[in-house]
Write a protein that binds this ligand. Structure first.
Ligand SMILES: Nc1ncnc2c1ncn2[C@@H]1O[C@H](COP(=O)(O)OP(=O)(O)OP(=O)(O)O)[C@@H](O)[C@H]1O
Length: 261
């Protein structure tokens, strides 16, 4: 007989334990531990400068590109230490893709923007295979119909919302397992924002998605789990519903009710 009394336990995709981040003497992330669920959206919220983006960048070693930045602690992707010497950060970033605040298509054609990652990683053996990857990625990013007749046009000629969906197509073209999104809608108008939010909801069936957002409404709309950061500390991490309706910590309560931030 099916046992319905057991709680549903999601698979953990990324497990961080005791993570600290320093920029020179600035201790920006303090002993953060978090398990990120697979096939769900996790939102990072908190006031400006609390360390959301810094922690997000730990998850695909983007902080490696910042000279003064030092990261300690353990971060496991499917149980493997992403900071191990044997891990190539470029390969890691194919598994853990990223979309940035400002849409940043390459000054190349729409086609080449999407084909860029698959080319670097040798994912297609023929032009037909590459065409397939490009089309599938653009379809999944909900922009195929708008660009299918102008794949040779420059990606930078699209509207801001289209550019961001192109960047999402580029990020998913290498079939990542985790998608990191750092305030992906902050440069978009409300209609383009709604479009990207719908897309996030569709994509979560396929990836673990982690989104940094300044908008509590957005976190409530798109995520299943929410982590609240304050002054470099992860104060509370729970089901989004709980964080927004019945948080445990007074600092979370104060933030979600607009008392600071
Ligand atoms: N590239 C960097 N070099 C030096 N210090 C940095 C760098 N990036 C962030 N910091 C510092 O780390 C701390 C956390 O910043 P971070 O950008 O991660 O916060 P955030 O919560 O994402 O902020 P916001 O919501 O304003 O984007 C801040 O004190 C910030 O000044």
């Amino acid at each position: 007989m099916k046992d319905d009394s057991r709680p549903l336990i999601a698979d953990t995709k990324v497990s961080a334990t005791g993570v600290d981040v320093y920029y020179g003497d600035n201790h920006a992330i303090k002993d953060v531990s978090v398990d990120i669920d697979d096939k769900a959206v996790t939102a990072f919220i908190g006031p400006s400068g609390c360390g959301k983006s810094t922690f997000l960048r730990c998850l695909n070693r983007m902080n490696d590109t910042i000279d003064i930045c030092r990261v300690t602690g353990d971060i496991l992707l499917d149980g493997f230490d992403i900071n191990a010497k044997s891990v190539d950060p470029v390969q890691l970033r194919a598994r853990v893709g990223m979309v940035f605040q400002k849409p940043n298509p390459f000054p190349k054609s729409i086609y080449d923007n999407v084909a860029y990652g698959p080319r670097i990683h040798g994912l297609a053996d023929s032009r037909a295979e590459m065409d397939e990857i490009v089309e599938t990625s653009l379809r999944r990013a909900a922009i195929w119909d708008e660009v299918k007749d102008r794949l040779d046009a420059s990606g930078t000629g699209l509207s801001g919302g289209q550019q961001q969906r192109l960047c999402i197509a580029r990020a998913i073209a290498t079939s990542p397992e985790v998608l990191l999104m750092d305030e992906p809608c902050s440069a978009l108008d409300p209609i383009a924002t709604a479009r990207v939010e719908e897309l996030i909801d569709e994509l979560r069936g396929a990836f673990a998605i982690v989104i940094v957002t300044h908008s509590m409404q957005q976190a409530a709309r798109v995520s299943q789990k929410t982590a609240f950061f304050h002054l470099g500390v992860m104060v509370e991490y729970d089901a989004t519903e709980k964080i927004f309706h019945n948080p445990e910590d007074k600092r979370t309560q104060d933030y979600i009710t607009g008392r600071f931030g």
